[in-house]
Ligand binder design. Structure first.
Ligand code: UD1
Ligand code: MG
Length: 363
């Protein structure tokens, strides 16, 4: 069952967080410009095409992420027993550490191979707490698989902790590399978070009074309260970052978003099935692998090509990304349109993923 009091407080607090985000972004963007943290919007032309490039304030993920952390600190009130509180604090430490490392990356412009492993360190507080507080390291098979393998749970011990660490690396980096057109990073993260929220709410509404379902319901509540403030602060950031971007979000946001989604999956005890909500990211990651491992050269940016003649984005064949692949299928499109198409694809994939998660759980 959903606890109505805490749910209302969490939503009210998150709505306030949205208002604060909307208020602060214009202020902080002036500060980041002054601190020389800005980027050119690469899909809007070049002086040689007769178009002046504008400096867009960077690293604006710092605003929603700090406001989000304050919400999580406040929500500790709802987890009074020491075990839940320890797990909640570990989640807070992991997400806070991620924000710090993302910001360091934005300021110092770290090299690609260092960027890749930052989330591995950031998720350590959660991995440790999971171990100490006796978080389950069992894999629970959905019933159709249990029938095939002959048992319903398997304890994979340490391997599960390694998996948690790898999941944080994947979630953060897969969002960070599915990027480069206005609004895509924030849009995809918000959609995944909305589907996680929907999954948790359905799990909680299905809860009865047995001990097992009380455990599932607690986990779902943890996970729900992790994503609700995230959805609200991200919506605030999206208003400024959608086409045409007034601010860029920086790796501060992409790592933060990936870690929040991974934490939601881990605390909700669906860290394996979480991946079915990341289908576009998995496709983009797989397409990118030859460039990520260095078989094909990987330039600093793998964006489509903006053509000032038609104002559209054109596919660049040797940039192995889902954005370029989609543009090859559909033909050239305006930046706003291709973003909508890709976010529509995200919704379609997440809907199928959610249906799979509910089916695998027998709901
Ligand atoms: C990742 C991608 C890179 C992509 C970049 C865009 C890989 C391995 N890396 O790098 O290919 O080009 O994200 O974010 O796939 N920018 C725009 N328009 C946008 C968003 C970003 O022009 O809508 C440009 C701006 O100049 C901005 C910069 O990209 O300053 C930010 O890039 P950053 O997030 O630091 O790139 P990476 O995450 O390293
Ligand atoms: Mg980035």
């Amino acid at each position: 069952m959903i606890d109505p009091f805490s749910f209302i407080v969490v939503v009210a607090c998150s709505a306030t967080a949205l208002l604060v985000t909307l208020k602060l972004i214009p202020v902080v963007s002036q500060w980041t410009l002054k601190a020389d943290l800005w980027g050119y919007d690469l899909n809007k032309g070049h002086p040689k095409d007769g178009k002046e490039r504008v400096k867009v304030p960077e690293t604006m993920g710092i605003v929603p992420s700090i406001i989000y952390l304050l919400c999580l600190i406040f929500f500790q009130l709802f987890f009074p027993d020491s075990k839940s509180l320890a797990t909640w604090n570990a989640a807070l430490a992991s997400i806070g550490f991620t924000v710090l490392l993302g910001f360091v990356d934005d300021v110092l412009e770290l090299r690609w191979r260092y960027k890749l492993i930052l989330p591995a360190f950031a998720s350590l507080p959660l991995v440790m707490a999971y171990n100490v507080t006796g978080g389950t390291t069992k894999v629970v098979f959905p019933s159709f698989m249990a029938d095939i393998v002959g048992f319903s749970t398997l304890n994979i011990g340490l391997l599960h902790l390694v998996y948690i660490d790898l999941l944080s690396i994947f979630a953060s980096n897969s969002i960070n590399i599915y990027a480069g057109i206005n609004g895509l990073e924030v849009g995809q993260s918000m959609i995944i978070a909305l589907f996680i929220a929907a999954y948790n709410i359905i799990c909680m509404l299905q809860g009865s009074n047995t001990e097992e379902s009380a455990f599932i319901s607690d986990a779902a509540q943890f996970s729900l309260y992790v994503v609700i403030p995230f959805i609200f602060v991200s919506a605030g950031l999206f208003i400024f970052n959608r086409y045409p971007s007034c601010v860029f979000i920086g790796d501060t946001y992409t790592y933060f978003a990936g870690m929040v989604l991974a934490v939601a999956g881990i605390l909700g005890h669906f860290s394996k099935s979480l991946l079915v909500l990341f289908i576009p990211q998995l496709i983009n990651f797989t397409l990118s692998l030859p460039q990520l491992v260095g078989i094909v050269p990987c330039p600093r940016h793998r964006l489509p090509r903006y053509d000032p003649a038609d104002g559209k984005l054109h596919a660049v064949k040797n940039h192995l990304t889902l954005i370029n692949f989609a543009l090859r299928l559909t033909g050239p499109m305006e930046e706003r349109t291709i973003c909508h198409v890709l976010l529509g694809f995200q919704v379609a994939c997440c809907s199928a993923g959610l249906a799979f998660m509910l089916w695998a759980k027998g709901l």
